[in-house]
Design a protein. Structure first.
Length: 291
């Protein structure tokens, strides 16, 4: 039986309460780092070559350009992201950095800041490990900014060890219906509740839903009646400067309008909402305050 990523109690969901990364290649959530560690499916014949992924998303490099248009100057903090990722890659012995969409901020164009900083970012990261990108809805023209040693993957997502990595601006394809979990970015989950000291803070959202609500057009009637569960992790944006600048809330509202998976989340059987410190703050009853 597949082990759940959701804890069975209200304890702080620290890494010790989550499935071990060595047990079957399940996701390990690095709450404070807005990242997930995931092993390639175990293959005893190629154990030494087994890939270890660090999954992050929604970097939005170049988002500062929008503020400049309003006369507000915000200095790019790309070095801060690069340094944090470099430390994680070294600490976790990562072989592959997988960016789950929106490495840049412009949707259908490339800004001056992106021309300057996105290639610089890729150059630093590829010096440490292999880098792949699932293009998101903000990655228009990204092929002009990526060096040959960066792998551009399908914008519809990629399956790793029965875990679907999906940016979230597209609906999960029928061919992925057998996945065990979905890791999704795009929606920038932020807690919003008037009067709460946590309001405006990014959060992690871990959900359990009926598989039929996500892959309803792909499942047979027998599979639909079986009604097994599917687990979904909604990742916060890796770039914390989006929150500091006030860009995050506006971006989150816009992104959720083009997130087809969210429109299918009408049958959430269980949910866990945590802060970036890994503190459990609520269950499914808080979802209206987030998505």
């Amino acid at each position: 039986m597949e082990e759940s990523i959701l804890p069975t109690s209200n304890r702080n969901p620290s890494s010790s309460n989550l499935p071990s990364q060595t047990e079957g290649g399940k996701p390990r959530v690095l709450y404070r780092n807005r990242a997930i560690v995931l092993f390639e499916k175990e293959n005893k014949e190629q154990e030494e070559k087994r890939k270890k992924y660090l999954v992050v998303g929604d970097l939005h490099i170049g988002f500062e350009e929008k503020f400049r248009g309003s006369g507000i100057s915000i200095e790019p903090r790309i070095d801060k992201m690069v340094n944090e990722l470099s430390e994680l890659i070294e600490k976790e012995k990562i072989t592959d950095l997988l960016i789950n969409g929106d490495v840049k901020s412009g949707t259908d164009h490339i800004t001056r800041s992106e021309w300057e900083n996105v290639p610089k970012f890729f150059e630093r990261m590829t010096s440490l490990c292999h880098v792949s990108l699932i293009p998101g809805n903000h990655d228009g023209g990204i092929s002009h900014l990526t060096p040959p040693n960066v792998s551009l993957l399908d914008s519809n997502g990629v399956l790793i060890s029965n875990v679907l990595i999906l940016h979230g601006h597209t609906r999960p394809l029928a061919k992925f219906q057998g996945c065990k979990q979905i890791i999704m970015g795009h929606v920038h989950p932020i807690f919003q509740k008037r009067g709460s000291p946590l309001s405006g803070q990014p959060v992690w959202v871990l959900l359990r839903v009926k598989r039929s609500s996500i892959f309803k057009d792909a499942l047979s009637s027998d599979e639909d009646e079986k009604g097994d569960d599917l687990e979904i992790i909604l990742m916060p944006s890796f770039n914390l400067e989006l929150v500091v600048s006030g860009f995050a809330l506006e971006a989150a509202r816009a992104e959720r309008k083009i997130a087809p998976l969210l429109r299918d989340l009408r049958d959430v059987s269980e949910a866990m909402i945590t802060t970036l410190d890994g503190d459990l703050i609520g269950d499914a009853s808080l979802l209206p305050n987030i998505i």
